[in-house]
Design a binder for this molecule. Structure first.
Ligand SMILES: [Zn+2]
Length: 455
């Protein structure tokens, strides 16, 4: 018997919008964040103490049962805080604990005990049950979008100005108010966002994610991650200096820190925007996109990193180089995440492949080079003699691993079937490799230059 299963594709998506609180709203928000941070730390402290005293843990249910008491203890501080927001903090802590125990069970060396949070680390509060269309029909949930497009947030005086730069889709499940530096955002987690399928292009691509070019496509096109402008770098250095001169705990230090956060945020926004645009471009252009599996790539590069770090340490550039590498790891991860969710909603395929040896392997004859220093920008194959840009070679290999044909790609680069000619000058003879891509057979022939090569 046959069963036909129809899968309705619907997605989850988060929509972020900038908030523009006025002075009073900002002060209220700050005091809400401040109490929530304090509350989180107290709840963590309680868990630790409870365990030390009674030899057993205290769970979410017990902790949340004290909420009415806490509200009585801190009537002023909690007056503007939605009860569900406090519950959510306890749930969040509960989850952090569960994750911690899960990691211990797995035998991880650094299971990461839940940490106390400083002001800078406490970044969001959660409204878990907003109405799916943000209306006030049931009058609950704590967040309502008014007819004038302003946002009512439970506990805040008046209504908040929002920059709705894109339409909300699907059903809103929950809302977060996020603090980044001195800026506020609202993030709506939506479900059942309809997928919008893009028309097929019958085109596919393999891409290499690298350090020199952020992306190299198998047709040789490269995309460079925007680098912070020189002026931005100078500004960062200046702000860093300024911060270092301020006294710890002083108001001026706080101000300098905020300035620095804003400057970093600005650069991060430029990069994020660039990644969105580049991912959109790829998704629009190609049905199938093959990328490296970053889990393996990062794992692999750990070894290399260790070696390079030792060199950098000796050269005195350790701090800068390690920082740069971590940034590129994060950037690749962010980019592939964007690509993946955009692909999902557009009906495109992202194929992740094992990146091992994609740089060292020859895209023409599959010969694997023993050593390939990072500084070698051109891949030269000793077996078949081709010379090709290092990242392009990797991109073609990645494409091949994704199960896509590479013959036409190789031909486009003048490498295809039986085109590798190498001048073996001492012998004044040509070494010709005929590589049948269909059967993977390779024939290497020595021929006299006089022979007419008709392909
Ligand atoms: Zn080769």
């Amino acid at each position: 018997m046959l069963f036909f299963v129809i899968i309705l594709s619907a997605m989850r998506k988060a929509y972020n919008f900038r908030l523009y609180p006025n002075k009073v709203q900002r002060e209220t928000l700050d005091s809400i964040f401040s109490f929530c941070q304090f509350f989180y730390n107290c709840a963590l402290e309680e868990r630790i103490l409870y365990y030390k005293t009674f030899g057993k843990g205290i769970g979410y249910n017990k902790q949340s049962s004290y909420l009415p008491e806490i509200k009585k203890l801190f009537p002023q501080e909690t007056a503007n805080i939605n009860g569900q927001v406090l519950q959510q903090i306890l749930k969040h802590l509960d989850k952090a604990y569960k994750n911690f125990f899960r990691r211990i069970k797995k035998g991880m060396k650094e299971p990461g005990f839940p940490r106390f949070k400083s002001k800078d680390r406490f970044r969001s509060i959660c409204f878990p049950q907003v109405n799916h269309d943000l209306s006030s029909s049931q009058g609950k949930g704590g967040i309502i979008r008014r007819a004038n497009n302003k946002l009512y947030v439970s506990g805040l005086p008046g209504e908040l100005k929002v920059k709705w730069h894109r339409p909300l889709q699907g059903r809103v499940k929950q809302a977060l108010i996020i603090k980044k530096g001195e800026q506020y955002y609202v993030s709506f987690a939506c479900e059942d966002v309809a997928t919008k399928l893009l028309p097929q292009t019958n085109k596919s691509v393999g891409i290499d994610l690298g350090l020199k070019a952020f992306i190299t496509m198998d047709d040789g096109t490269t995309f460079h991650h925007p680098k912070p402008y020189k002026t931005a770098k100078e500004k960062l250095a200046l702000l860093n200096q300024k911060l270092a001169r301020k006294q710890k705990g002083s108001k001026n230090r706080r101000r300098a820190k905020n300035q620095l956060t804003r400057a970093h945020q600005k650069i991060a926004n430029i990069r994020d925007d660039w990644q969105h645009k580049t991912a959109n471009h790829l998704i629009k252009e190609f049905d199938d996109i093959v990328v490296e599996d970053l889990n393996i790539k990062n794992m692999m590069s750990k070894e290399e990193k260790k070696k390079k770090q030792a060199v950098a340490k000796a050269a005195g550039t350790f701090h800068i180089e390690v920082k740069n590498e971590n940034i590129s790891d994060a950037a690749w991860g962010n980019f592939v995440a964007k690509l993946t969710y955009k692909a999902e909603s557009a009906g495109r395929n992202i194929i992740q492949v094992d990146p091992r040896n994609t740089s060292k392997m020859c895209c023409n004859c599959s010969n694997i080079k023993r050593g390939l220093a990072l500084s070698e920008r051109t891949y030269h194959c000793d077996a078949c003699g081709i010379n090709i840009d290092r990242d392009l070679n990797a991109a073609i290999n990645i494409r091949g691993r994704g199960g896509l044909e590479t013959t036409s790609i190789l031909q486009r680069h003048g490498i295809g079937l039986a085109t590798s000619l190498t001048d073996v000058s001492e012998a004044n003879k040509l070494l010709l490799t005929i590589h049948n891509m269909d059967t993977d057979e390779r024939n290497i022939m020595m021929i006299e230059p006089a022979v007419n090569l008709a392909f």
